[in-house]
Design a protein around this ligand. Structure first.
Ligand code: COI
Length: 354
């Protein structure tokens, strides 16, 4: 593989000020698709792309991405978490967006070389990791609306801390009733750029009203809970741990799936675990009867984030006294312990880079 090492390495950021997605390492992986096939992945210095104004991703948004993380352990070894699942989902997103499939194995090998080259950038504090952002965009200079014949695949690395500014403090989310993120048959279950663009208005409305994020409802009835946009959502209602079923408009989150598998394998006290439709009427009824015990979001960036308040129809429902509940804490501790090698990986999720 061709590797071009930068002549101007950057100063590393102060690890106490990482936030999320503000710093990028010195190198990135790039791979080009043209004439019906992918070229070899290459490692090059992180730098702006030169891109023609007519390039179709700039006009029609034919672009997809992923989010994964690498961790450095106390013994100096480096691991990634469920990276094969990220590449599998990326190929599913590519199919939905009429983009070419890629072979995951050589890309993964190249990614591992990139991570090894950037190992000094991997932060090791609580909640910190090296975020991996694989991206694929349409790269043809043409304005006709059809699938591009050229694509650019790239992977950026970013040292990150907690996604939310308040770390593990419970977040406040506002149910969005006016706009929708995705509908069944649309692109909601693909990790395509447009879904995130469509979600900005809800996030802005929520922030303006003093919340951290918005909670999306289904497009046809505005009745059923879908996801938060940067994370999937779970509720603990009495003795049931429930998350909306993947009906086609919801992102099939890898952390969501990890939570479900952890709960099913190890069990958690006498709780049942379900994936089903969850209506806001049910959430309100559970809240009013005192059965809405916990809520939390899951995502690669968000990890497991407690939700302390859900705002709906002008009322704030305070969950678990605004504190992290025991199911949320158990999942945070268990999933992060597996990710960081503090607990045995019984699932085959953790892969060694070095
Ligand atoms: C992730 O969790 O990796 C995401 O892609 C969500 C968000 C930061 C866009």
């Amino acid at each position: 593989m061709k590797i071009t090492v930068t002549k101007q390495p950057k100063a590393k950021p102060d690890s106490s000020k990482l936030g999320f997605g503000k710093f990028y390492t010195d190198h990135m992986l790039v791979m080009e698709y043209e004439r019906g096939k992918w070229g070899e992945p290459e490692i090059v210095p992180y730098a702006p792309f030169s891109i023609a104004p007519a390039t179709n991703v700039l006009h029609y948004g034919q672009g997809i991405f992923e989010g994964a993380k690498a961790y450095k352990r106390a013994d100096g070894s480096i691991t990634v978490f469920r990276i094969d699942d990220n590449f599998k989902r990326m190929n599913n997103s590519a199919r939905r967006m009429c983009m070419p499939q890629f072979e995951a194995e050589p890309v993964k090998r190249a990614l591992f070389e990139l991570i090894k080259l950037e190992e000094d950038w991997i932060p090791t504090g609580e909640g910190q990791a090296l975020y991996i952002r694989p991206t694929m965009v349409a790269d043809e200079e043409v304005l006709g609306v059809h699938a591009s014949k050229r694509y650019k695949f790239f992977i950026l690395l970013s040292p990150v801390g907690f996604y939310y500014a308040n770390g593990m403090q419970p977040t406040k989310i506002l149910v969005e009733e006016e706009y929708v993120r995705a509908s069944i048959g649309g692109t909601g279950e693909a990790k395509c750029m447009g879904n995130y663009a469509a979600s900005l208005i809800g996030a802005e409305k929520a922030e303006a009203a003093g919340y951290d994020q918005c909670l999306w409802l289904d497009a046809s009835e505005r009745k059923y809970v879908e996801e938060v946009g940067s994370m999937n959502i779970f509720f603990v209602i009495d003795k049931e741990i429930v998350t909306p079923a993947l009906v086609g408009s919801i992102l099939p989150g890898i952390t969501r799936n990890s939570c479900l598998q952890v709960l099913k394998k190890y069990g958690f006290k006498d709780y049942t675990v379900s994936e089903r439709r969850v209506s806001m009427d049910e959430i309100v009824a559970a809240y009013e009867s005192g059965k809405l015990k916990e809520s939390f979001g899951s995502g690669t960036a968000a990890v497991i984030s407690p939700v302390g308040v859900i705002g709906y129809k002008g009322r704030d429902m305070l969950i678990g006294g605004g504190k992290m509940g025991e199911v949320t804490e158990y999942l945070y501790n268990t999933v992060t312990a597996i990710q960081r090698g503090m607990k045995p990986d019984d699932f085959g999720w953790v892969e060694k880079v070095k």
